[in-house]
Write a protein that binds this ligand. Structure first.
Ligand code: AMP
Length: 216
């Protein structure tokens, strides 16, 4: 099964994608993470990507489509993907449709996390990512503790685009460019809306129920 996790920045897509991928043994494909890896490798492309990302704008479709084509070329990902932060505009959604068909696969569902803007801002401002293991924490809602995290505190970092003035821009980009593609998936009867204001565990239970209903 291939799943799309949809929602504004700070909706908790990454956290829920981690939960689902563990439980169902799916591969999380986060275009944001793939782009950050490119930035970390200090390539020319990485420098270009960073300035776009740090302004809260989207990276070009060509760059994103190439990342996704590479993913589909790997057998281990076949029908086992959970997309986090992709697609982000109609052109990406249509490219994904073509790729999925070309590889004889399908999108099983689109899970859309609806979250209030105030909550999004608090979640993003508190977000911490472990540079050692990749786990995501939040100093307000899900702090890193000895029970949930093995790495040293020194590895916890804030993302360079998680600052207040960039967040406003990212939210606008979501509303104007990304949100409208929900209709594309609604028309295909793939869309499931979830109240993303709830606690992580409550949201996850709802997601589990939706996925279970697909399997029967
Ligand atoms: P994320 O980690 O999903 O919050 O993404 C962080 C940033 O990476 C976004 O604000 C965009 O600048 C860029 N990005 C991630 N995914 C995409 C995508 N599918 N299309 C265009 N830009 C993207």
């Amino acid at each position: 099964m291939n799943i799309i996790l949809f929602g504004p920045p700070g909706a908790g897509k990454g956290t829920q994608a981690d939960n689902i991928s563990k439980k169902l043994n799916l591969h999380k494909v986060s275009t944001g993470e793939l782009l950050r890896e490119e930035i970390d490798s200090n390539t020319n492309l990485g420098v270009k990507i960073k300035s776009l990302m740090d302004s809260g704008s989207l990276v070009s479709d060509d760059i994103i489509n190439n990342l996704i084509i590479n993913i589909f070329s790997e057998k281990k990902f076949s029908n086992r993907i959970i997309f986090d932060g992709y697609p982000r505009n109609l052109s990406q959604a249509k490219s994904l449709d073509l790729l999925v068909k070309k590889h004889n696969q399908k999108i099983s569902c689109v899970l859309s996390l609806d979250v209030d803007k105030e909550i999004v801002i608090k979640r993003i401002l508190g977000r911490q990512v472990c540079s050692n293991c990749g786990l995501i924490f939040n100093k307000y809602f899900k702090p890193s503790t000895k029970d949930n995290h093995e790495c040293d505190e020194k590895y916890l970092n804030k993302r360079s685009d998680d600052y207040e003035k960039v967040i406003a821009n990212r939210f606008e980009t979501y509303l104007n460019i990304t949100f409208p593609i929900l209709e594309f998936y609604e028309n295909q009867n793939l869309l499931h809306k979830i109240n993303g204001d709830n606690q992580i565990s409550v949201i996850y239970k709802e997601i589990e129920a939706i996925i279970a209903s697909l399997e029967t």
